[in-house]
Every structure is written in structure tokens, then in C-alpha cells.
Design a protein around this ligand. Sequence first.
Ligand code: HEM
Length: 498
Amino acid sequence: MNFETSQWFQNSIPITIFTFLFFTFTLLFSFFSFLIFIFRMKPWCSCNICWSYLTMSWANEFINISDWYTHLLKKSPTGTIHIHVLNNTITCNPKNIEHILKTRFDNYPKGKPFSAILGDLLGNGIFNVDGVSWNFQRKMASLELTSVTVRSHALQIITEEIHTRLIPFMISSARAEKVIDLQDIMRRFSFDNICKFSFGWDPLCLQPNLPVSELAENFDIASKLSAMRAMSVLPLTWKIKRFLNVGSEKKLKEAILVVNNLTEKIINKCREIGFSTRNDLLSRFMCSVNDDKYLRDIVISFLLAGRDTVAAGLTCLFWLLKRNQRVEKIILEEVNRVMNPVQEYPNFEQIREMNYLNAVVYETMRLYPPVQFDSKFAKEDDVLPDGSYVKKGSRVTYHPYAMGRMERVWGSDCCEFKPERWLKDGVFVNESVFKYPVFQGGVRVCLGKELALMEMKCVIVALVRRFEVRVEGNGEIQFVPGLTTTLRDGLPVRVFEK
Ligand code: HEM
């Protein structure tokens, strides 16, 4: 051994020892963290509910997990249940919901577990943050979304998309006597709209040949895989997969990279064209935010918020109309009464006048809310108004899907699709948001509610006047687990021109 080699050998001994100690420590630390984690999750809990969850035996009786939760919540005298293995309290009690979303809002932030799950996709966008950053985005976005200019701009985008893409597509499907997937069409329609509205950029998803949009496709993959993280009993498993960059986590990373590259290009383009005179959200935010990463995060949250929710609402609405043709007839009568026969699209005033249509949209989402459940994390120990104890760090979920099916909330006809329940002497009367938390409620209520309602109503008016939409098959609805309501087999329909 020459001198240099022996010196290298001597020098490398402390490095080797250090490396060995470092890895041993890391392994031991991970192992004990894992044990503590397991201990806190109580995966051995053998109560019936936890056992059913872990073994998935609930699936023998119910086709959707939300139907199983509904069944459990119906049986609970307080309207609250606990899934110990998930450290999750689930409630459909309006008093508890008011407490979580309004009275003790400070104690129920989104929390770190939620931010970790969606953090890679949403970054510091409004959906994924609490505190100062949330406050800033909320103020900015609510100023924009309530401004008359932005609302008229949105109505213009929506009617143009209906006129130049949705109607021509429906006409050609009707003439070709083709079965189409209405869920897919609604998703394309709402993706075009939300991109034009948020970025001032048109992804052209609802072109006649139904092209694959790289952004839509990768955005879908990323939100689906992010949602899968939330369903894991042991979050450590997805964290390890992410660390090793394998399996679903590798796919998620790749999809997010594509989304990031494409949004970066859109942001650069917007800067090149000049943003000071444009009405899209990105341009408006660009006037006060310089950081491109932050701008990306802000608009990505809007894509998530505004795309699948509207499409889910519309898809379920057409499914319900097929089963309740009486309702479709009344909508048509109202539309013909309020609108001039030669007028194609309603204006703001006319949309406001259509009380029955508003009731139909509300009633659809009472039974099929686009966001079936939503969770927060308790900052400190707390007691809910129904006496349920909530431990610091545990998850609390309110469940609009189950709420719509509770006799104690909506009466004995709760499972019937009955728009009339929203009308008094023909005029729409709203309910408490804590009884109907479809758009959440309290401090973080949805900022796009009015826009979403307007978009949905414009589509219904345009379609029921010109087409008969016949849903194929009579099966029950089965959902795909995810952030928003998605029908497993889509909604196959045939369209006929009237
Ligand atoms: C039928 C359609 C819609 C439904 C049912 C809906 C429902 C919701 C719900 C439940 C939340 C709370 C989510 C959470 O905090 O975890 C929310 C938040 C939000 N929604 Fe919507 N939404 C709809 C459409 C839209 C549209 C079209 C936009 C934008 C143009 C939008 C923008 C937002 C934003 C920005 C938030 C975050 C508010 C905050 O955290 O302060 N939503 N929405």
C-alpha cells in the first residue's frame, strides 16, 4: 500500500463510520416514528366500523363508500361517527358543521396532513394554505370574482363555448346517432371555460374530434393520484414511495412536471402579451404578484376548483332529469316564459328570474354534491356541539352527500328529487349553508359559487330547449374515489334534436 492509498484509507474510516452511524440512526428513527405513527392510528382497533373499513367488507353491502358512511351516520343518534383507524370524526350534524366552519374556524384549519397530500400539485395555492397566504389570495380572488366586469367576461366565455362548441358537437352527435359520454363532454366544456377564465388561454378540449389535451390529461392524473394519497391508512407508505420515486408517486411526479411546464409557458406568454388590460384571473393576479411559482400555484387551485365540480354537477343533473321527466318539462315552461323565443342565451336578469331552474340545480347538488366530503384538522382538543370529543391533530370531516340523505335534516322525503322543496309561492328560498354545505360555508365558503351556478344554468337552458338527452341504461350510480364526484362508467347518452 503506498502512502497516498493508506492516507486515503485512514481518512475514509471516519467517513465510513459516520455514514454507518447516520444510516443506522435514520433507520432507527424511521422505525420508531413508524411505531409511534401506528400507535396513534390504532390500526388494531377492532370495532365494527374500523374492521369493515380495513377489510373493505362494507363493499359487500354498498357500492359506494359514501353510501356506507350515510348508513352509519343515519344510525348514529348524534349524526357523528368515528373511524378510529383514520383518526377521523365524520359528521352530518348542521350544528357541528357551523361550529367547525364558522364558530371555531380558527381551530379547524386545512392543516399539515392536507397540505402534504395536495402540496406537490397545488403548492401554495388558495386550496392548500391557511393563514396569511390564504387571506391574501382570498381577498384578491373575492374582489375579482364579485366584480361586474369579471362576471360579464365569464358569461361571455361560457355562452361562446356553448355556441361555438357544445351545441355544434351535440348536433353532430344527434345526426350521427352516436352514444356519447356526457360526463366527458361536460369535463371538456368546463375545462375550456375555466382555463379561458383563469389563464386567458384556450385548451380547445371540446373540438369536434375530442382531442387529448396534455394539460387536462396530466392534470387529471395528478389530481387522481393526489386523492389516492388521502385514502391511505398509513400515509408513510406514499411518503416512502415518493422518496424512492417509484410506482404511483413516480407517475404523479411526472404528471406534475408536465402541468408545471405547460403553466410556465402560459404565464410567460401572458407576460409577453401584456397583462394590464386583460380580464383573466392570471393577468389580474400578475398586477400584484411577481413570483411565477406562486402565480402557478394560484391558478392551478382555480383549475381544480372550477373544472370537475361544475362538470360533476351537470352530469348528475342530466342523470336525474332522465328519471324525472316532469321536472324537465317545468324547466322548459319556465325558460320559454322568461326568455324571448328568438333569444338564444339568457342574460343575468333572466337567469335570476328562473326560480325553478335554480331549485333544480340546488336539489341536484343536495343529493349529488360535487364535493362529497371535506376534511379539516383540529389544532387543539375540542368538543363539538353534539358532545363529540375531538382530539388535537385529529381529522374532522363534514359530509354533504350523507347530509342530503338525512331524514332529520331534510324530512321524510329526503331521498326524493324534489326541486319544489326550495320554493315558496314559486320563489326560491335558500336554506342555511350549514344544512347545505355543498359550497362549504362560513369563513372559507366557495368563491366560485355564483359563477358555477351561472355556468350550469346556461348549459341546461341551451340543452333542454334544443335537445332530448336520453341516458342509456338504468344502472345505479357508482363513483370513482377522488376529490370530486366522478361516475365510474361515465354517463352514456344519446342526443336527439327537438
Ligand atoms: C358546482 C360547482 C362548485 C362546487 C360544488 C364548489 C364547492 C366548493 C367547496 C366544497 C369548497 C371548499 C373546499 C375546501 O376548502 O376544501 C370550495 C372552495 C373554493 N371554490 Fe368552489 N365549488 C364549485 C365551483 C367553483 C368554481 C367554478 C370556482 C372558480 C372559478 C371555485 C372556486 C373556489 C375557490 C377559490 C375555493 C377556495 C376558497 C377558500 O379556501 O377560501 N369553485 N368550493
